[in-house]
Design a protein around this ligand. Structure first.
Ligand SMILES: [Zn+2]
Ligand SMILES: [Zn+2]
Ligand SMILES: [Zn+2]
Length: 281
């Protein structure tokens, strides 16, 4: 065959993945976009494109040979957020204690916990990439890449609503979730049991048992009675989608005003100083 001649197009179906790729037999690379995906991309209908990408994952007849661990990814992200929110809380405590004549050992203990948190963050970050890098380069991965590349993807209506429901900062005007005060890449997102602003608003610290109970209640897991909760969080968090909604997912990003100044002493509540020392992990 002359070098300039383009081979005849053939239709290939990825084993178990349920999306058809029309391509030239010679030039096909696993994970290439299908004709359907390319058409939707050029149509500019982002909702339909994301729904198509979701369907390649959710509507399979045959399970894939290597499962895509979405649950593990989302659970790791929650652990990373908890870690960073605990870190923020500890730094606030250290700053506050520095203003007082406090025993150095208290501060030293907090510094040690900070160091442990840093190591845990490092491990969790690698765990995240271990899971994410195992995904097939197909439509679903492209859908996740697209959504997660949006600067405020985590302010999706569904995720904000969940934060409000759990008593998180999105239900107040502090703006913490939109502008988390951390340099950590995985700090972005909503409140966990470790959010210090939530603790101040609540007026009391959660004990370890209460924390683990809340973790268990809202655990993102498909094999549980709350599987629909998991499904709702998963589609919103990874693809920007919402059942029964056909709007451009970018329009579902809630615009919460940023917090330009630190919360005042008054808004922190009168019990703030008491539980500065009292909160436990
Ligand atoms: Zn909070
Ligand atoms: Zn807040
Ligand atoms: Zn929130």
């Amino acid at each position: 065959m002359p070098a300039t001649e383009v081979p005849k197009a053939v239709v290939k179906t990825g084993p178990g993945y349920g999306w058809k790729v029309k391509c030239t037999e010679s030039y096909y690379v696993w994970g290439d976009e299908s004709d359907e995906g390319l058409e939707l991309e050029s149509s500019g209908d982002i909702c339909l494109l994301q729904r198509y990408r979701y369907s390649t994952f959710a509507n399979r007849d045959t399970p894939p040979p290597y499962p895509t661990d979405l649950k593990g990814l989302l659970q790791t992200e929650v652990a990373l957020r908890e870690n960073t929110q605990r870190e923020i809380a500890l730094k606030e405590k250290i700053e506050e204690l520095a203003k007082e004549d406090t025993y150095a050992t208290v501060v030293q203990d907090l510094q040690e916990e900070l160091s442990t948190l840093s190591k845990e963050y490092w491990t969790l970050e690698r765990r995240w990439w271990e899971i994410r890098s195992s995904y097939c380069d197909g439509p679903l991965a492209r859908g996740i890449e697209f959504w997660r590349s949006q600067p405020k993807w985590y302010m999706h209506r569904v995720l904000v609503e969940d934060c409000v429901g759990r008593g998180g900062c999105c239900g107040r005007d502090c703006g913490c979730c939109s502008h988390r005060q951390s340099e950590r890449k995985f700090a972005v997102g909503h409140c966990t049991v470790e959010c210090s602003c939530c603790e101040r608003a609540r007026g009391f610290a959660l004990d370890p048992e209460q924390k683990s109970q809340l973790r268990e209640t809202f655990k993102l897991d498909c094999n549980r009675p709350r599987a629909w909760y998991y499904d709702r969080m998963r589609t919103a968090s990874l693809l920007g989608l919402m059942a029964g909604n056909y709007e451009n997912p970018l329009n579902l990003i809630v615009d919460v005003p940023p917090r330009y100044t630190a919360p005042s002493e008054e808004s922190q509540g009168s019990k703030w100083k008491n539980y500065l020392r009292g909160s436990s992990r």
